[in-house]
Design a protein around this ligand. Structure first.
Ligand code: AFP
Length: 355
């Protein structure tokens, strides 16, 4: 080991990296795995394969305009939304990158109506992968950042293949979760329950390099990400929350509004700078819009690992018991202080309701 590369702390078995260390995602995953002598390497394998899929999707996203593959296909996905061509590609890339490694027993994608089974000719493993292949895809045509979100849970049933019961587990049982943002640079951010770490893709060498070790979200937010055009459809409690976030009730300083409309992009900004992303229930979408399994749960695991919080207004997101594959949920996610405000107003704290 070179002197400036970092030294192993013999007591905690944690490798410390200096600012000048060049740490690939692969090296980082291996070092994390060493903290778990019982690990079989299967989860690490899933993360490498996801990083590979992310690089392939990043390549497609980057060349989308050039390759003339923008625009909607004729198909509609299971959510009744028009699928963009890149959604279809990203979905296929992830399935093909992940189905043969022998580590997964099933997958579920926001773009597929049912569980995706592992083909008979491949070995089944002990994990399930849930993913949103290309979140924010309605932004693709206008060159706005989009993202991939993923979640990994352990199989709990006994058979060879994964079943619905394996997929419908509460978010607190996730063993890994992450997202990839295809922005001005491509970043992969993930957690395995040992903090949140971010890697930036160096396109010249095709490697994700550790750029944001141990991300912590500020306790109090700077930014508010919400689609205000739904104000008419919100109930009074949600309006009260928004007035507080905007500093209109005199109890707190105004947050600065930023809304991209790509959850990954809005979440990523708030994770680094502090803030809240809110997609509350409204009259038209009484259960919210975002998907519990592919969006709220993975980002909920990440935000908690970074010191923040995620709630549907009534309970911690990671405690919600899923009942359907494509279940939607209201979502308040970000800095603890702002999530707490939503919880207290929606929970009926007398000093806050109607304030
Ligand atoms: P699309 O994938 O259809 O673009 O939806 C994106 C999304 O699920 C999430 O990424 C955004 O935060 C949210 O929807 C935006 O929804 P509104 O357009 O209703 O604000």
């Amino acid at each position: 080991m070179r002197e400036n590369e970092g030294s192993r702390d013999e007591v905690s078995n944690v490798v410390k990296h200096t600012a000048t260390s060049v740490v690939t995602i692969e090296r980082f995953i291996i070092e994390e795995e060493r903290n778990h002598p019982e690990a079989t390497g299967e989860l690490s394998g899933i993360l490498y394969d996801l990083a590979l899929a992310a690089k392939m999707i990043a390549n497609k996203v980057r060349s989308a305009g050039l390759a003339d593959i923008l625009g909607a296909t004729e198909n509609e996905n299971v959510q009744g939304e028009v699928q963009q061509k890149l959604d279809v590609l990203a979905n296929e890339i992830i399935i093909k990158a992940m189905d043969h490694g022998g580590r997964l027993c099933a997958m579920a994608s926001e773009e597929e109506p049912d569980i995706i089974q592992i083909p008979e000719n491949f070995k089944c493993g002990k994990y399930c992968l849930l993913f949103d292949p290309l979140d924010g895809s309605s932004n693709i045509d206008v060159n706005v950042p989009v993202g991939t979100i993923f979640s990994v849970v352990r199989k709990i049933t006994r058979g060879r293949h994964g079943e619905m019961e394996d997929i419908l587990q509460p978010g607190r049982r996730q063993v890994a979760a992450g997202y990839v943002i295809y922005g001005s640079s491509t970043m992969m951010v993930y957690t395995t329950g040992q903090g949140v770490h971010g890697f930036t893709l160096d396109p010249s060498i095709g490697e994700f390099l550790l750029s944001h070790p141990n991300i912590r979200i500020p306790e109090t937010g700077r930014y508010l990400s919400v689609n205000d055009s739904y104000e008419e459809l919100w109930d009074d409690n949600v309006r009260t929350i928004m007035r507080k976030y905007k500093g209109l009730d005199g109890t707190s300083k105004a947050l600065s509004t930023r809304y991209v409309g790509s959850l990954v992009a809005d979440f990523h900004r708030n994770l680094l700078g502090g803030g809240i992303f809110a997609y509350p229930a409204n009259r038209k979408t009484p259960r919210g819009k975002l998907r519990l399994l592919y969006e709220a749960n993975p980002l909920g695991f990440i935000v908690e690992q970074a010191g923040g919080a995620a709630s549907d207004g009534a309970q911690r997101i990671l405690d919600v018991l899923p009942t359907e594959l494509h279940q939607r949920t209201p979502l308040f996610i970000g800095s603890k202080h702002e999530v707490e405000i939503a919880k207290r107003v929606l929970g009926g704290a007398p000093e806050l309701v109607g304030a």
